[in-house]
Each structure stands twice: as C-alpha cells, then as structure tokens.
Design a binder for this molecule. Structure first.
Ligand SMILES: [Zn+2]
Length: 416
C-alpha cells in the first residue's frame, strides 16, 4: 500500500545533497510512481544527474500549482543515526529533508495520486524542482522553457517555517513574502613580512578582526511595512510603531519568535566565512570574508554597499555579489480566504492562519516576480519546526496526513 510516510522514507534514502544535487534520481522515483498509478508525467533534464519532475491532472481555465524541491542540504554532524536512513519510528519519518522539503514532495505526490479519479474542472500541476538550496536552477529552467505549464493562478509551496504556539493557540503561518538575499565580500589588504618581526608587515587578519568588531555595533534601520505591522497584530495582538518595536520584540520570551520578528523588521548581516594568510611564519597580506545579507523591501545593492562601508570602515573593501530583491504576494485576497477556509476544514475549526513574511528565501520569489501569487504552507508539529537544516530532522506522520488532506481539499475547493 502506498502511503505518504512510505514515499517520504523512500525519498529520504535518495541522497540528493546539494551540492552536487543528484535530484534526477528523485525525479525518476516519482516518474516510476506516477507511471504505476497511470498519471502522465515527465522528467525535465537540466544537467548530468539533475532535473525537475512535472505532472498535471485535469484541464480547464483555473490553474493551481503545487511546488516543492527535491534537493537537500548536507547531513552534517550530531545525528542519532544515519541521516539518510529514512527510518520510520515513534510516529516520525527521520532523516535529512524529512521537513525541508521532501515531506512536502511526498504529500503533493500523494495528493495527486488520490485526486486522479476526480473530475477536476481546472488544471492541477505538481512540480518538484532541483537546486532550490542553490541558485534555483530548477525553477528558473521551468519558467524559461515551460512558461505555459508553470503559468498558473496560484502556487502552494514551502516556506512558512512551521506553526507557532502562542499562548493556548497553534497559529499556522502562511508565507506570503520573503526578504531579499544579497551576497557581499569583505577584503582586507596588508603587507607580508617575516612572522618574527611582525611590525615590519601589515596584518590583514588583524584589520579584518577590527572591522568585524566595528560591524557588530551596526544598527540596521527598522522598517515597518503595513504587512509586518499586520503580522505583529495577528501574532501578538500588539500595535507596533518604529518607536516601540524593539521594546515589543525584546519582551518576547520565545527566542525563536523573538529573533524571527527582529529579523523581518530590518536588514541582517551575517559574516559566515573567513579566509586569510598562507603560512604560520608569514604576516598575512590578505583576509576575505563572505557575508550573507537579507534585505528589506526597497533596499538594493547601492544601499547595502553604502551601509556596509560605513559600518566596517575604510580599511575594508566591500564587494557586492549576487542580489535578489524581496518578494510579496497579497496578505488578503480570495486566494488567502480559500487557503484559510481549507485549513479550517482539515485542521481544527478554530485554526488560525496568519500571513507572514519569511526571513529566508524559497523558489516562490521567482514566480512572484512573474506576478503569480505564491503562499508557503507548512503544517507540522510546532516542536519539530526548528529541525530544518539541523541534526535529527524528522517529520511526524500525523502532520503528513493533515497536509495531504489540505492539498486534496484545496484542489477540490478551487478546481471542482
Ligand atoms: Zn526548502
């Protein structure tokens, strides 16, 4: 018997770690599954070992897309067992990608299998893409080469970071927007000399260290969009202004919620790699860092460069790399009402769904740029939502069922 947890367990065992990817094997697994169930589908090859999976059900004016991705981040350390075992134990499917994002791949695939006999009056598309954890090569390829198949009214994707427990309530999050992503590089230059008389040289590592200390004092501007104001109201029942915002954020006890709300109200700057020097007895003449920057709406390369140059001082050369601006779908629309209504049908009657802006980026940003409304819905146990990209990632089977149910009902509600 085919089940969501069975599919997920199989998918986790396929080691599609990006880099290098190897998502083709996932696409082949899905193709085989759909072939056996008699649903037409295809694999779209992109490069050796990499590709997307695409399937459709029904035909008609209305078009709905279920999106997910098939690559995962490396296993990393600290696991209780093999992160690619896909083992099912204690009501969970364990392993890398169980939440991000193979859990959703499994539910979307299973929903299509369940819907195959229904007479949908519109088209339901399922796309499982490669390289979401990289540059989004998979979704970009679909947008460029399959615009008709990917051109839809509404997209359901990952991205909501799981529900929050606020007081007695479980609040499901609906990701309606994302911060922008910018990569920057810091370079410090010095003068090489013998390590025994360091004063004859100019130490680039020391320069970088001083600059990073200065950067730690940088206070990014607080930006309060109407959407973020609404989020605070929905999540905390608090009216925030630029003046009281930090006070409100600081008073939140739950660290995850507190730092999330801090992150979505300002640009964040995180220096995540550093490299300098070549030998222990030589004063280093260079030091470089890679910097992960997440920007607010309206902040562009020029703004970031200016802010960083002010923050690190004149001894550091700031280089701006790739940039993708923030993206947003309407917080309130007939689509969001449909999503909320469907959630109430499958979860509890009093289920609250709050639209949010995410601190991280997903494939939705590329589709939002085409004007397609995208919403990330992650229905899962609140206690496991912080295991994304972490050791002992696992997905509870109960949530898999609710999530599949949600996807089936949403397609029925919209397309029947
Ligand atoms: Zn993901």
């Amino acid at each position: 018997m085919i089940t969501e947890e069975g599919i997920l367990s199989d998918l986790v065992r396929i080691k599609s770690v990006n880099p290098p990817g190897g998502e083709l094997e996932v696409a082949e697994y899905l193709k085989d599954l759909f072939d056996r169930e008699g649903i037409e589908s295809k694999i779209i090859h992109i490069s050796p070992g990499r590709g997307n999976f695409l399937a459709h059900l029904g035909e008609g004016e209305k078009k709905l897309l279920y999106l997910s991705h098939t690559d995962v981040v490396p296993g990393g350390g600290g696991w209780e067992f093999d992160p690619f075992s896909g083992r099912i134990k204690g009501g969970f499917v364990w392993g890398r990608g169980a939440i991000d994002c193979k859990g959703l791949v499994a539910c979307e695939a299973y929903a299509l299998l369940k819907l195959k006999k229904e007479r949908l009056k519109g088209r339901l598309t399922f796309a499982a893409t490669c390289d979401e954890e990289g540059e989004g090569k998979g979704i970009k390829h679909l947008i460029q080469n399959y615009p008709d198949e990917i051109g839809v009214d509404l997209v359901i994707n990952e991205g909501a970071e799981g529900p929050l427990r606020i007081g007695p309530n479980t609040v499901y999050l609906m990701q309606a927007g994302e911060k922008g992503v910018l990569r920057a590089y810091f370079h410090a230059h010095g003068l090489s000399a013998h390590g025994s008389i360091p004063a004859l040289g100019e130490n680039a590592i020391t320069k970088m260290a001083r600059a990073l200390e200065e950067l730690a004092k940088y206070k990014p501007e607080v930006i309060l969009s109407p959407e973020v104001e609404e989020m605070f109201w929905e999540l905390l029942g608090t009216k925030v202004t630029p003046q009281n915002l930090d006070c409100v954020v600081d008073s939140i006890e739950d660290k995850k919620l507190r730092e999330y709300l801090r992150a979505v109200t300002r640009m964040t700057v995180s220096v995540n790699t550093i490299q300098g020097g070549v030998k222990v007895n030589m004063v280093p003449d260079f030091c470089s860092s890679e910097v992960d920057i997440r920007v607010m709406p309206g902040q562009d390369e020029e703004y970031v460069k200016e802010e960083l140059e002010k923050a690190v001082g004149e001894n550091i050369q700031v280089e701006i790399g790739s940039f993708f601006p923030s993206s947003l779908s309407p917080f309130r629309s007939p689509y969001t009402e449909l999503i909320q209504r469907t959630l109430r049908e499958v979860a509890r009657d009093d289920a609250v769904m709050s639209p949010v802006i995410s601190s991280a980026a997903t494939d939705s940003r590329f589709l939002r740029r085409m004007g397609i409304p995208c919403y990330g819905i992650d229905i899962l146990e609140p206690s496991i939502s912080n295991l994304i990209h972490a050791p002992n990632e696992r997905m509870d089977i109960k949530s898999l069922r609710v999530r599949t149910d949600f996807l089936i009902r949403l397609a029925q509600n919209y397309l029947s």
